[in-house]
Design a protein around this ligand. Sequence first.
Ligand SMILES: [Zn+2]
Length: 269
Amino acid sequence: MPGLILLFLFSVSCSRFEQSEQEKMRRLNRTEESLPRRSFATNYLLESPLHTPRTSYPWEAQLHLPKITKEFFRCKGNCTNPPLPTSEEKEPLRDCHGTHGLPILHGKEGVYPLLIDLLNYVQKKTGRRVIITCGHRCPLHNSYADASSENRTSKHQIGAEVDFYVQGMEDQPLEIAGLIMQFFQETPPYAEHPERFAFQPYEGSRSTRIKPWINKELFLKIVSPDEGRDGDNRHPYPYLCCQVRFDSLAKEPVVYTWEKAHRGYAQIN
Ligand SMILES: [Zn+2]
């Protein structure tokens, strides 16, 4: 063992000696040369470089999801759907062609902008895709999807209602409902008066197992998988339903009317 230590010390001292000899030779062989400078020459001042972060590659972007637009809300009616027999002796229910426009709001085709903003907020916060199962429904598709009498005044027909779930968070509807409430606390102009847009439990007759919530602008409910499915929500997940209650642009309540539902949308054919 002591032999090994001696060998190690010897090799270390040898390499140090070699290094110092090399340095000595470098100094001996060095030649110096002066750089001519004019008397007024000054050095350029070099600014400290600024760090510029590189742009992300598409696959690195935190949110690589298509932005929700009014196009996502188009009526899901389809003329190839089979006619549905009715219990009464009436004509079977037929679906719409699905090629018509969206409701006309504030002079333009579309849906209430609050719904679009809400769903984009949910996508941004979760990083997951929002699946709209039902946006606008023309009156024909509204009857085809759900012929019940309480659905006749559905706000889907006037572009003021949306049903959706979040891909990958299908079983966490309460978390999504929490995000919708958070939207009003964080987003201008609502965030300027957070107390005005705080949600309260809804005590009315439209109650689902999870009690709905309501604020000045929105009615929000969660529909559990066993609480009835209309034709547009044939999936096994709970889903969220948002209904606009107040039009902040026109400063008036949003209510269903036959006129808005039947004549308020662009009928292409
Ligand atoms: Zn339709």
